[in-house]
Design a protein around this ligand. Structure first.
Ligand SMILES: Nc1ncnc2c1ncn2[C@@H]1O[C@H](COP(=O)(O)OP(=O)(O)OP(=O)(O)O)[C@@H](O)[C@H]1O
Ligand SMILES: O=P(O)(O)O[C@H]1[C@H](O)[C@H](O)[C@H](OP(=O)(O)O)[C@@H](OP(=O)(O)O)[C@@H]1O
Ligand SMILES: [Mg+2]
Ligand SMILES: [Mg+2]
Length: 351
């Protein structure tokens, strides 16, 4: 688990991808092999992930990155050892699934059906809920939530029927890497929620600040790259007090909290707030989720319940998150990519 400084990168538009070729061929460990990674990423993701320092380290280790040309059949490109992908285009899912089935020798990171599980905020947290991780160096659960597919006028009734406690966080049901899917609202009363546009998930807000701090609570972002776990601290929203709840009505759009600029790793924090979730708990959670989700590249947003030391809630899981801001991502990622092929060679029977 590392807690280093953050690497600043810019944000850009969220369109598709360009078709540039970026082929850099080198040898792995001087044994004459090269590892070819095809990538199909949004322009935004390319900018944040394929940073010069990363590309140069990868090149020195014999890893070459080739941009997949979406205007040509995938099977005619490569050959690839690994395909990395995160795109907004709907047509891509069929293309990559078909390719994966016809080319089992290629490691596709990650399988499209597994990613789709995380692209829906209803199914996203289901595995954490099913895991029922209590009494294992702490407890991990998920906030109670309700899905509203259509008809916003039924929201007040549904909220009351489900017994959800206010305030509620309203989140778009589908997450597709677009800015809109990150547009969140905090609702102080159930009636104002009818103003929002379904499909939505209404999630109970979990108070997670120990003292009444002006800056807000702390959120743990747990980055997973294969077997490697890296945790960073980010600032989150302040708690909602009962007084505020009684006084305020309406829905309010969230600012983009807990982004990389909101790093709390260097802040002077009360140790009871700053203390990371227990390592054995994280290892167990991540191991189980990797197995159940069938995914190697994701992150988990976790908060500590107010007044507790070891009760945690997972509020969000993201596929192929902003690794460019993860400390030491260059080494972690290159080592991971190399380990994938090394494991593949190890598994091959010797003749
Ligand atoms: N149930 C909750 N209780 C308390 N705070 C919450 C809750 N849900 C979200 N938040 C706060 O809102 C922020 C954004 O929520 P969330 O992570 O679900 O959105 P997102 O758009 O999926 O974010 P990301 O950029 O990580 O994908 C969180 O980092 C946290 O600070
Ligand atoms: O500031 P962070 O790294 O937490 O924000 C992430 C965000 O959580 C999403 O994972 C973004 O990915 P998309 O969903 O594909 O937009 C990341 O975007 P990126 O382009 O920077 O990788 C954010 O950084
Ligand atoms: Mg999040
Ligand atoms: Mg998210």
């Amino acid at each position: 688990m590392r807690l280093n400084g953050e690497i600043p990168v810019g944000r850009g538009e969220e369109d598709g991808m360009d078709g540039e070729m970026n082929s850099l061929n080198y040898s792995i460990g001087g044994v004459g092999q090269k590892l070819t990674v095809g990538y199909a990423l949004t322009s935004k993701k390319k900018r944040s992930f394929l940073q010069p320092k990363f590309l140069s380290l990868a090149r020195s280790k014999g890893i070459c990155f080739i941009a997949i040309d979406l205007n040509r059949p995938l099977a005619d490109q490569g050959p690839f050892d690994i395909v990395l992908h995160k795109l907004l285009r709907k047509e891509w899912w069929d293309i990559i699934e078909d390719y994966r089935q016809k080319h089992p020798e290629v490691t596709v990171l990650d399988p499209p059906n597994a990613i789709q599980h995380l692209n829906n905020r209803q199914s996203m947290l289901q595995d954490v809920a099913d895991l029922n991780l209590s009494d294992y160096h702490g407890k991990v659960g998920v906030p109670r939530q309700l899905v509203v597919k259509k008809d916003p006028s039924s929201i007040p009734y549904e909220v009351t029927k489900a017994g959800l406690k206010l305030p509620l966080v309203a989140k778009p049901l589908l997450v597709d890497g677009s800015a809109k899917s990150h547009e969140l609202f905090l609702a102080y009363d159930e009636f104002s929620l009818s103003e929002l546009e379904p499909p939505l998930v209404l999630q109970e807000f979990v108070n997670h600040v120990l003292l009444c701090l002006i800056v807000g609570g702390i959120l743990f972002k747990i980055f997973i790259v294969g077997e490697t776990i890296t945790v960073v601290r980010r600032f989150s929203l302040p708690d909602v007090t009962n007084h505020e709840l009684a006084k305020v009505d309406g829905v309010f759009r969230f600012p983009r909290v807990s982004c990389a600029a909101a790093t709390a790793d260097d802040a002077e924090l009360d140790p009871s707030i700053a203390e990371l979730p227990p390592r054995p708990l994280l290892e167990r959670l991540v191991r189980e989720l990797r197995l159940r989700l069938g995914i190697q590249l994701f992150n988990i947003d976790m908060i500590r319940e107010i007044g507790s030391r070891d009760v945690f809630h997972v509020i969000d899981i993201n596929y192929f998150p902003g690794y460019g801001k993860m400390p030491d991502y260059e080494h972690i990622f290159t080592d991971f990519l190399l380990s994938l092929v090394q494991n593949k060679y190890k598994k091959r029977p010797t003749t």
